[in-house]
Design a protein around this ligand. Sequence first.
Ligand SMILES: NC(=O)c1ccc[n+]([C@@H]2O[C@H](COP(=O)([O-])OP(=O)(O)OC[C@H]3O[C@@H](n4cnc5c(N)ncnc54)[C@H](OP(=O)(O)O)[C@@H]3O)[C@@H](O)[C@H]2O)c1
Length: 508
Amino acid sequence: MSEKAIQRSLLASLSKREYRYTAELPTAPDPSIGIVLVTGASGYIGGRLVPELLSRGYRVRIMVRGQSPEFREMWPSVEVVDADARDRDNLRAALKGVHTAYYLIHSLLLGQREFEAADLRAAVNFRKAAEEAGLTRIIYLGGLGDARAKLSSHLRSRIRVADELARGKVPVTILRAAVIIGSGSASYEIIKHLVKRLVVVPVPKWANNRCQPIAVRDVIKYLVGVLETPETAGMSFDIGGDDVLTYAGMMKELAGILHKKRLFFPWPITSIGFYSYHAGMLTPIPAAITKSLMEGLKNEVVCRDESIRRYIPFEPLSYREAVIGALTREEQDNVRTSWFSAYPPAHELAMKLRELEGKRLYTARFSILSSKETWQLFASICKIGGKEGWFTHNWMWRLRGWVDKVFMGVGHGRGRRSQTTLKVNDVIDWWRIEDLQPDMRLLLRAEMKLPGKAWLEFDIESAEGKNRLSIVAHYYTESIAGRIYWYVFVPFHHVIFNELIRQIEKRA
Ligand SMILES: NC(=O)c1ccc[n+]([C@@H]2O[C@H](COP(=O)([O-])OP(=O)(O)OC[C@H]3O[C@@H](n4cnc5c(N)ncnc54)[C@H](OP(=O)(O)O)[C@@H]3O)[C@@H](O)[C@H]2O)c1
């Protein structure tokens, strides 16, 4: 099928913003089963699964770490339980009365040294708590890979989690996927950014290993499909898309779709550390994730059995269709979840500004009076970052982001999930939204490498018969290096924030 034809047929379905992946699933919903628990609901897959289950009438409970208003706003009928899988008591409450639980917990963001142990501990706790609560089934989405081969720590960990869950009395359905292609998925973003940014693409030997990518919509269909097919309990399935490609082949195909002429040439250096560091610099994905994913490329990840197609019969999309679907979503500014949807590592960065009450904070406030309406000013604030940039001195923001990347931080390039809408926990470049009160306040928390903790607050309040628009930089540090950092940046703050506030007002 030509690119245009693929796009036309995908657009027919995607044109509805509320389009459901499972609309044409051949299985029948059975909401009478009772509560379906989705763990990892703040993550890439979980965030896309929940609305599908709701649209099919299921009673859904989500398990998240750290209550946040965003979940109730997005899914008002969902029951939200605050629980960390590392804590058994937490899990008991979360699993009470549950029929089936989706296990989508993954701690890749913790980095290689820690995620394996963290993921295993969470799985052990979950298995025991599920037994105690008398669950009927667990559905787990893990990774493809031959357990007998020398696997990367990431793939090995995915298999260990599957084995651990399956050791219990509760039947587990295991779905094993390789690279998932969809708007905002980490692997797709890495491939896309490399193809866009490199004119000459070095191809190491392992990039010729084979892989069977799958579209995110097909993953969601299988996840829902197995729930609606009780005989899949206790079974393990490989799931994949319609074609098998090499990683180099995936990049070439994407370059073709984007109409980019790229020169691919064999490259003798095979060190994953070398590639992941540079990929971390060239793409918005942090090095911790890039390294784990790239290590997995050393293994061939192709479906060994296709029995899933007997139970849930539908034609999965090809790689090309999946990529065009993802690009179309981006064009429509309708990306549902992204690799950065999950919370930052160990929540240590998630200290809230209000928790620092009474501590010594460094602040700098910049204000102007405006006769424009509050909603106009707020709408203008909400456009910052991503493709729009920071309205002024963009090169300074980029330079700071680049320095952060050199030190393996998140950098400037994460962009935004959507250019037109914002919600709490969304990312804006190196910031994450901590608080959003329409027409009043937007509070951003910095997630870059800093010798302290930083917030940027945008406020609107009435004053002197007009509206006062303010930007407040908050900073907390206990170290001398942290204090020096603040004072070094004071002159830059004056230049950037004074101009930024003027630009926000002008564009309102
Ligand atoms: N995305 C892919 O390309 C891909 C490919 C193949 C297989 N898979 C598999 O699909 C599953 C889901 O992946 P994903 O991409 O959706 O992951 P993700 O976006 O990184 O989300 C992981 C989720 O796990 C939660 N979590 C981590 N530690 C937890 C803990 N101790 N207690 C409770 N929740 C915890 C996170 O919650 P917080 O927000 O609180 O951190 C987050 O919601 C994984 O098993 C993964 O191996 C994914």
